[in-house]
Each structure stands twice: as C-alpha cells, then as structure tokens.
Design a binder for this molecule. Structure first.
Ligand code: ZN
Length: 275
C-alpha cells in the first residue's frame, strides 16, 4: 500500500478563489501533493490540452472531475440539456484521465414538491449516460449529499440510497464517500461495508463546524470540527480502499481568504494529525 502521506489529494475548490487550475497544479506539486480534483469551469478556463499536459508533467493523479449530474428538470428539454452536459463532462474527465466523474444528482425541479419524481429522474438520467461513460472508461461516482441540500442540489442523501442506485445500474457506477455529508448517518458503517472496495471511487474529507454559519460555504479543516475522521477512514480502508484522501473545503470566510500555500501546508499537517 502506498504510504498515507502520499495519498493526500486536494480538491481545487479548497483554494477556489485564490488559484487557477494551473496555479493549483503547481502549488499542490510544490508541496508534494500529487492528487487533485478538478472543477469544470476551472478546466475550461485553463484549456483541456494544457491542463492534461500540466497534470502529467507534475505527476498528478486526478481523483475526480467535478461535476456531472443535476438531472431533474421541469421539462424534457431541460432533462435533455442535462444529459448532453453530462456527456461533455464524461469526455472532459476522460481527456484529463480523471479517476471518476463526480455526480451530484440535482434537487427538485422548479416549483415541484415531488422528491420521489426527482429521484426517478436521477435514476433515469444515470441510466441514460451510463453506456457513454462505460465506453469512455470513466466511472460515475454518485455523491450522496447531506439532506440539507435535498431541495436545491442533491436528492440522493444517504449512502444507502446511493448504493441502491449502483445495484440497479450495474458496472461503471460507484460512490464518493464524503465525511461532511455522511458522518451523521447511523447506517454509515454498514453502508461503507456494503459498498465495498469496488464501489468506493473517492473519499472526501473536511470537518463539520459547530456552529456551521453557512450551509454551503462554511466547511471546516480536518480537526476543527466534530467528525471522527479516523474512524470513518478506518471503515473505508477496511473494505480494501487504498485510494486518495481528498480534502474538499468550501470556506468563504476562512480558508478562501488565506494564502493558498498556507492552506496546502495546513492540509498536509492535518492529514497527518487529524485523519
Ligand atoms: Zn465531496
């Protein structure tokens, strides 16, 4: 197994306002962080060919491309637009050698109160794009998000639901286990065991701050909150998972305001001491 220190990856959203993709690749590599999750808007700004070359030159593993999904829509035109966009995302993921396309399901269509219908649209959307993803060799990582996002961002909210989708869809689909979204679930350990090594495509870490002051942009650095990250990591690695630990922090008032080199240094330190 690769030593834990070299399995640290950082999602570029952690330094989103500070660094372009090119700067993030260079900045992470400078401190010997060799895993990065890439965002599509940053990738577009950089250019796919340039990004692919830079990633390779710096020996970076792309732990995921963020993101696909967002399937539910009020009408067929909207649903088709989402499918088309997901296919583009799959092509981008393949072009930069991403280990998976992270799929955030999407929430309720405008003016809908039917979450069951939204969940069906997610299952249908995944089934539609799956053959395309399989032929591109890009696994789809369904990321269950905390239920506070069910309305506007993601109606797949537990690890159990995500694995049910995997079971229904078959090969080419797995999950992203993000401690921020899943730590509270009494069925998390059982869910991780049920998912197994084959279906855990990514492991995301950060911390849950008390109090949390913003539903989206107040994630904590590992060690600053209440999540027992070593315990969850133990469950994940008990499956045989030996992939990266990807730090993913959206933090408008704290980490996004700091010197990005310092943020990377603290990620390295906390990965060693708090994970
Ligand atoms: Zn995540």
């Amino acid at each position: 197994m690769v030593p834990a220190s070299s399995r640290l990856a950082i999602n570029q959203a952690t330094v989103r306002p500070q660094w372009s993709l090119a700067e993030a690749i260079e900045g992470f590599a400078r401190q010997d962080v060799r895993g990065i999750a890439v965002w599509r808007d940053k990738l577009a700004e950089c250019g796919i060919d340039r990004a692919a070359a830079m990633l390779e030159d710096h020996g970076m593993t792309v732990t995921g491309l963020c993101r696909g999904g967002m399937f539910p829509a009020a009408d067929a035109v909207g649903r088709q637009a989402a499918l088309d966009d997901n296919k583009r995302a799959i092509e981008e993921a393949r072009a930069i050698g991403a280990q998976c396309l992270v799929v955030v399901a999407g929430g309720l269509p405008e003016s809908s109160k039917d979450i069951a219908a939204a969940r069906r649209m997610v299952a249908d959307g995944l089934a539609e794009i799956l053959p395309f993803a399989r032929s591109a060799g890009v696994p789809l990582a369904i990321e269950p998000l905390h239920p506070m996002y069910a309305a506007d961002r993601c109606c797949v909210n537990t690890i159990g639901e995500a694995i049910d989708l995997c079971d229904a869809l078959g090969p080419g689909v797995g999950i992203a286990v993000d401690v921020y979204h899943l730590w509270w679930d009494p069925l998390l350990e059982a869910g991780i065991r049920r998912a197994g090594k084959e279906r855990i495509l990514a492991f995301h870490i950060c911390d849950w701050l008390v109090p949390t002051t913003d539903l989206l942009l107040d994630r904590g650095m590992m060690g600053d909150g209440v999540i027992d990250i070593p315990r969850i990591r133990g469950w994940v690695e008990a499956t045989g998972y030996d992939g990266f630990h990807e730090v993913e922090i959206f933090s408008r008032e704290n980490w996004w305001r700091r010197d990005p080199d310092e943020v990377v240094a603290v990620c390295r330190e906390r990965h060693r001491t708090a994970c």
